[in-house]
Design a binder for this molecule. Structure first.
Ligand code: PLP
Length: 382
């Protein structure tokens, strides 16, 4: 039997022990932890919708109209009117024929990959893909090959060595810990050439990137022929909870038949779907949120460059400051906290060994003055 106390002590010694902060109130620029207010730069609430009055009110009304819980899986009696309407709205948002709602992005990825690939197939994934995509590849039973981050030449070599066969190429659109965008046009060309299906997880681009916020595919000018399989999550820019797969009619119908994490789980509460519908409308109608966010990103990068801070080449709201070792990352996070700022240190195994970092995320909920405060604090603690 595992000696748990021993393993926990080893994690502490490696500065990899994880703890949870208890938040006293809603998500936002200002958060309350242990009775103290902090200016927070570590949510994925990129558009500032998680505590938007219209979204909160939609959830309240959704609960009044549809109850607190769905009471069953989608295929039994859990698929309520708001779930169905949300699927239609999400499909329209990403301009695809159909969308299928999942309870979480983790489940959407597990379910989709394992439904579409199995023993005898192969899956190629970027080495820095989100854990849920890597787990999905393993769970599927297909042969999983990971190519070096963003390295389309290495992927081509793997494929040339492999010969023909059924399979998937899978990538994050925006890498969750680095903030950079995958080389999607090249990946689409490779997938087409090798007759593999390209699956893109746009958890961090959906609602944020593209001139109308439709995500990284809009940003790159790619359509459904180039990327047949698109995953979006709802707990980030849309500020609520859940996820969806979008694509052609047959893909969605197949997933309804075969995606086990879709079939064998309770449908998420309809009130969440109601809130998400409100959030999708806000994301569509209020383009100023993206404009403001883009200007904050530019302001932060310019200020950081001026200070000589070593940022990664990211144009997205994810602006990590790589510091190297975990102990130093924790110390910087603690020093920022003393100055009233909340920025989490992200350590291995979430990121590769030796690349512990402060994962700074910006949101439309921030002001320019707050970004300037962050820059001043970073200057003070490095
Ligand atoms: C957050 C995230 C997920 C998981 O989504 P949840 O809805 O939080 O389970 C999947 N993929 C990527 C790239 C993510 O960043």
């Amino acid at each position: 039997m595992k000696n748990l106390a021993h393993e926990l002590a080893a994690l502490r010694a490696r500065h990899q022990y994880r703890t949870r902060a208890v938040m006293e109130g809603p998500q936002g620029a200002d958060v309350v932890i242990d009775g103290t207010h902090y200016l927070s730069f570590c949510s994925n609430d990129y558009l500032g919708l998680a505590n938007h009055p219209r979204v909160v009110e939609a959830m309240r009304k959704g609960a009044a109209d549809y109850g607190a819980g769905s009471g069953a899986s989608h295929l039994v009696t859990g698929h309520q009117r708001p779930h169905h309407e949300l699927e239609t709205a999400l499909a329209a948002f990403v301009r695809r024929p159909r969308a299928l709602l999942f309870s979480t992005g983790y489940m959407a990825n597990l379910g989709t990959v394992a439904a579409l690939a199995g023993r005898g197939d192969r899956i190629h994934e970027d080495r820095l893909n989100h854990a849920s995509l890597l787990d999905a590849g393993l769970l599927s039973g297909a042969r999983l090959q990971r190519y070096p981050h963003g390295d389309v030449d290495a992927l081509r070599q793997h494929l040339d060595a492999d010969g023909a066969g059924n399979g998937l190429i899978i990538t994050d659109a925006v890498f969750s810990m680095d903030g950079d965008v995958a080389p999607l046009p090249q990946l689409a060309a490779i997938a087409r050439q090798h007759r593999l299906m390209l699956m893109v997880d746009d958890a961090h681009g959906m609602g944020v990137l593209g001139s109308t916020g439709r995500g990284t595919l809009e940003h790159c000018g790619l359509d459904m022929a180039a990327v047949p399989l698109l995953i979006g999550t709802l707990g980030k820019a849309f500020g609520t909870f859940g996820a969806f797969v979008a694509g052609e009619e047959d893909l969605i119908e197949f997933l309804i038949q075969r995606a086990r994490p879709y079939i064998y789980t309770t449908a998420l509460p309809a009130a969440i779907a109601c809130a998400t519908l409100a959030a999708v409308r806000l994301a569509e109608d209020e383009g100023w949120r993206r404009d403001h966010l883009r200007s904050l990103i530019a302001r932060f990068r310019e200020g950081a460059q001026h200070l000589g801070l070593n940022l990664l080449p990211s144009q997205t709201p994810i602006q990590p400051l790589v510091v190297g070792d975990s102990e130093r990352a924790l110390a910087m996070s603690a020093a920022l906290r003393e100055r009233g700022l909340y920025v989490r240190a992200i350590r291995p195994p979430t990121v590769p060994e030796g690349t512990a970092r402060l994962r700074i995320t910006l949101s439309a909920a921030h002001t320019e003055v707050e970004v300037d405060r962050l820059l001043a604090a970073l200057d003070g603690v490095r």
